[in-house]
Design a binder for this molecule. Structure first.
Ligand SMILES: [Fe+2]
Length: 316
């Protein structure tokens, strides 16, 4: 039903801080619509993938999911309304700013703005990265995989899971409980398009992940982040479930931007599993309480002693 996470909406009080991180470190392209207020960030041939808008209030994150066309959009809207959510039609200026043919939006149980859209436009000009990188991975074998994933610390875990899994039709990829409860869901070959964590501290944004095509681009972003070690929220490491090697930058809004490489793809033969931990190595989560951080260290030692390893997924 839902094809992909095609864009995110970021409401921030710190546009300059975001621009610096997004272009100089992550390598996104900034297309300034209104200086200091509205910026389209590009990561490929599409007109925008992250839409930055200034806010004087609290930072916000919204998710733009795309479907195949008008019939599917109508069907999804009906399902969401039948589940008790009020869906609002979009205004022409909202569609123009996003570069989509159609869009409607609603609030999920934790209050995130969810947009349902189709027809995200191609840009008139080629993608020019903010620094020399090999590009971002938004497709695999010609299939749209979207821009990455969001990971949310759920306030109401059951209600969030019901919406994304039962109503919107995201499929379960796997789940874990160490060092915290989390479930991962996919809508296309990307291992997960959303992760929901039940940390007891939500609702809150944990992170948003982007995937590079080339490993060295993660390393170079890490070099830059190391110049300000406090900007690293999660150290370099490798995930057990999607096999992504990554680190997490703290955004100016407090939540994190995961920059990764070599996510594995989900095929027909996928089996849901219970994860023995969240990472194979690394990924020291500075935000976790000390006891949980220690638990994570012990899990890594155990997995290391067991000799657990994972193949590197092909990136094309
Ligand atoms: Fe992630």
């Amino acid at each position: 039903m839902i094809d992909a996470l095609s864009y995110v909406l970021i409401g921030t009080p710190d546009i300059p801080g975001w621009l610096q991180m997004a272009t100089a470190i992550a390598g996104l392209q900034a297309d300034v619509v209104e200086p200091g207020h509205t910026v389209r960030l590009r990561m490929d041939g599409k007109v925008q993938r992250l839409l930055l808008q200034s806010t004087t209030g609290k930072p916000t994150l919204g998710m733009g999911y795309t479907v195949a066309g008008p019939e599917v959009l109508e069907a999804v809207i009906r399902k969401v309304e039948d589940a008790g959510f009020a869906v609002t039609p979009s205004m022409p200026e909202e569609r123009a700013l996003r570069g989509v043919a159609a869009m409607a939006h609603f609030r999920d149980p934790d209050g995130y703005r969810v947009e349902l859209a189709y027809g995200l436009q191609d840009a008139a000009t080629p993608f020019v990265p903010g620094r020399p990188i090999g590009g971002f991975r938004t497709q695999a074998g010609g299939t749209d995989m979207g821009i990455g994933h969001t990971a949310l610390m759920a306030g109401d875990f059951a209600a969030m899971k019901h919406l994304y899994h039962e109503v919107l039709g995201f499929q379960l990829s796997d789940r874990g409980s160490k060092p915290f409860v989390a479930e991962f869901f996919h809508t296309n070959p990307r291992h997960h398009t959303i992760g929901l964590a039940d940390t007891g501290t939500g609702p809150g944004v944990y992170h948003f992940m982007l995937e590079y095509k080339e490993w060295d681009d993660v390393g170079r972003a890490y070099d830059m982040a190391l110049e300000k070690p406090e900007s690293i929220g999660v150290s370099l490491g490798r995930h057990l479930n999607d096999h992504v090697t990554s680190f997490y930058l703290r955004t100016p809004d407090g939540w994190m931007l995961e920059l990764g490489w070599a996510g594995r793809l989900i095929g027909e033969d996928w089996q849901v599993s219970e994860l023995p931990g969240m990472s194979l190595w690394g990924h020291d989560r500075t935000w976790l309480p000390d006891a949980k951080r220690e638990e994570a260290r012990q899990i890594l030692k155990k997995l290391s002693a067991e000799g657990l390893r994972a193949p590197i997924a092909p990136t094309e």
